[in-house]
Ligand binder design. Structure first.
Ligand SMILES: *Cc1c(COP(=O)(O)O)cnc(C)c1O
Length: 485
C-alpha cells in the first residue's frame, strides 16, 4: 500500500494524448536561452491516467481534510468551503488573466477587487481596505508598517506595541519583524484585558495596542470604551487582529468601536480552503488616520472605469507582487455575494450557537478556566485528565481514531493543557453531537483503560511520530501499516 508515484512508473506508460501539431515546429533552443535548457529528460513518473488519479485519491484518503470530516481546529476557522467558490475561481476569464494585462483589458478583475474592498469596508466599518497581503500574518506586518508610517509622519515612530497574553502567536512575531518591541499585557480572571496592567505599560512610547478580538479564548473584549480612552490619552493606535471575524459578521463593526487597523483572514472567514500553507489573503482595513499610508497600487473608480493608482506620496509602497492572491479574492467575493448581509450575520450567529452548544454538552467533563460566555470558540483545560496520567495530547491523538481532526491544543498558553475548539457554523447538530459523544467516551476510556488513549492513535496510517524528527528528516518512504477498522 501507498507506494510513491515514482515507484509505480513503467517505461512508456502514458496518461495523456496530445493532438497533432498544427503550427510550424520550432527548436526549443530558438525560443529559450541555451543555459535554461535541460541536458537530460526530467525523471518523471510514467503512469496511466487512472493510476495517477487513484494514487492521489488514496493520498487524500490517508490525510484528514474538511471534505472528509469534522475539523474543529480552534483559531483556524476550518469551515466547509462551498464548491461554487471553486467554480468561480476556475472561470477561465479570471484564472487565465495575465497580471501584466493592460488596465483596459482587466476591467472585470479590477471591478471585482474594487467591489470586494467595498464589501469589506461595509463589514468592518473601516474607511479603506488594501487587498494585497497574502495571509493573516502578512496583514499584521502590513498593518504595523502603516502604524509606523503614521507615527513617523507625526515625528516619532515610537518603540512599543502592547499585546495581551491571550493574543495569537503571530502577533508578537509580526511586531518583531516590523521593528517594534512587544510588551505583554495580562488578562484578568474573565479573560479580558487587565486594565490596571494596561495602564502600567501604556505611555508616549506606545505605538499601538494589538488586540485579538474575540481573543484566542473566544471571548469578546467588552472594555473597548475604556481602552480607547487610555490609548487616545497617549496618542496610541488600536490594531485589531480580525482573524476571528467569523464571530462578528453583521454583529459588530470594528470601525465603530474605535479600531484603527484590522486584518481579515479571507481564507478563514470567507471560505478559501486552507491549511498546509496557503495560498491565503489577509486584506487590511484602516480608519481615516491611516489612509494616506496604504500600499500601492490602489484601485480607483472613475465613472464606470477602474484604474490603478501608483502616485501616493506617503504610501508604504508595495507589499505583494501585482495585486495579492487574486483567486482567493474571487472566492471571498462569491462567498459574500452568495450570502448577502443577512446571510453573513447568520454565519456568525450559527458559529456562536454551535460553539456554545458544544461547550454546554461538554462542560461537566472538562474545565473551563475563563468563565465568560465564549463566541465562536472556547478553550477547555485538560488538567483533570492530566491528574490521571493522560495528557491533552493523548486525547487529541485518540480523537483521530474516531475520524475527527483534533482541536488546537496547548494554545493559548495561558490555559494549562489547553483544548481549543471551534466547530464553525457549517456543521450540523448531528455532527456536533457525535463529536461531543466521542469526547465523553474518551473520558470513560481514560477511567477504564487509559493505555488505549495514551498509545493512540491506533487506526491512522502512521501512529505517533517523533514530531520534531518528522519535520527535520521527513521520511516519505515510510511503510504505512495496514489500516484496520
Ligand atoms: C490564523 C490567525 C492568524 C494568522 O493568519 P495566517 O493566515 O495563518 O498568517 C492571526 N491571528 C489569529 C487570531 C489567527 O487565528
Amino acid at each position: 500500500m501507498a507506494k510513491l508515484i515514482f515507484e509505480m512508473s513503467s517505461e512508456g506508460r502514458k496518461g495523456y494524448t496530445l493532438p497533432k501539431l498544427q503550427v510550424p515546429e520550432k527548436k526549443v533552443s530558438s525560443l529559450i536561452s541555451e543555459k535554461f535548457i535541460r541536458k537530460n529528460f526530467a525523471r518523471l513518473p510514467q503512469v496511466s491516467e487512472n493510476e495517477a488519479l487513484r494514487h492521489f485519491i488514496e493520498l487524500s484518503r490517508l490525510n484528514h481534510h474538511i471534505d472528509k470530516g469534522f475539523y474543529p481546529l480552534g483559531s483556524c476557522t476550518m469551515k466547509y468551503n462551498p464548491k461554487i467558490n471553486e467554480d468561480a475561481a476556475n472561470n477561465p476569464g479570471l484564472n487565465s488573466l495575465h497580471p501584466m494585462q493592460s488596465e483596459e483589458l482587466s476591467q472585470g478583475a479590477l471591478s471585482l477587487m474594487y467591489e470586494l474592498a467595498e464589501y469589506l469596508k461595509e463589514i468592518s466599518g473601516l474607511k479603506e481596505v488594501t487587498l494585497q497581503p497574502a495571509a493573516g500574518a502578512h496583514g499584521e506586518l502590513a498593518g504595523l508598517m502603516l502604524i509606523r508610517a503614521y507615527h513617523e509622519n507625526q515625528g516619532n515612530p515610537r518603540e512599543n506595541i502592547l499585546i495581551p497574553d491571550s493574543a495569537h502567536g503571530t502577533n508578537p512575531a509580526s511586531v518583531t519583524i516590523a521593528g517594534y518591541k512587544s510588551v505583554q499585557i495580562k488578562s484578568d480572571e474573565k479573560g479580558l484585558v487587565d486594565l490596571e496592567d494596561l495602564k502600567k505599560h501604556l505611555d508616549e512610547n506606545t505605538a499601538a495596542l494589538m488586540l485579538t478580538n474575540p481573543s484566542t479564548l473566544g471571548i469578546f473584549e467588552t472594555q473597548l470604551q475604556e481602552i480607547n480612552e487610555l490609548l487616545e490619552n497617549v496618542g496610541a493606535l488600536l490594531y485589531m487582529d480580525g482573524a476571528n471575524l467569523n464571530a462578528l459578521l453583521g454583529i459588530v463593526r470594528p470601525g465603530d468601536i474605535g479600531v484603527d487597523v484590522l486584518h481579515f483572514n479571507l481564507h478563514k472567514t470567507f471560505s478559501t480552503p486552507h491549511g498546509g500553507g496557503g495560498p491565503g489573503a489577509g486584506p487590511v482595513g484602516v480608519s481615516d488616520k491611516l489612509i494616506d499610508f496604504l500600499p500601492v497600487p490602489k484601485i480607483k473608480k472613475e465613472k464606470d472605469t477602474f484604474k490603478l493608482e501608483y502616485n501616493v506620496p506617503k504610501s508604504i509602497g508595495r507589499i505583494h507582487s501585482f495585486y495579492g492572491n487574486f483567486s482567493v479574492l474571487v472566492r471571498a467575493y462569491v462567498y459574500i455575494r452568495m450570502l448577502g448581509s443577512k446571510g453573513l450575520k447568520r454565519v456568525s450567529e450559527n458559529a456562536i450557537i454551535n460553539a456554545n452548544y458544544l461547550k454546554e454538552r461538554l462542560i461537566n467533563h472538562f474545565q473551563l478556566p475563563y468563565k465568560s460566555t465564549p463566541m465562536h470558540e472556547f478553550v477547555f483545560s485538560g488538567s483533570k485528565l492530566k491528574e490521571k496520567g493522560v495528557s491533552t495530547l493523548d486525547l487529541a491523538k485518540r480523537l483521530l481514531d474516531y475520524g475527527f481532526h483534533a482541536p488546537t491544543i496547548y494554545f493559548p498558553l495561558i490555559v494549562n493543557e489547553a483544548i481549543m475548539i471551534e466547530p464553525t457554523e457549517t456543521e450540523t447538530k448531528e455532527t456536533l453531537d457525535k463529536f461531543a459523544d466521542t469526547m465523553i467516551q474518551i473520558t470513560t476510556e481514560i477511567e477504564e483503560n487509559p493505555d488505549i488513549v495514551r498509545n493512540a492513535p491506533h487506526k491512522t496510517p502512521v501512529s505517533r511520530l517523533d514530531e520534531v524528527k518528522a519535520i527535520k528528516e521527513p521520511d516519505i518512504r515510510f511503510q504505512f501499516k495496514k489500516v484496520t477498522g
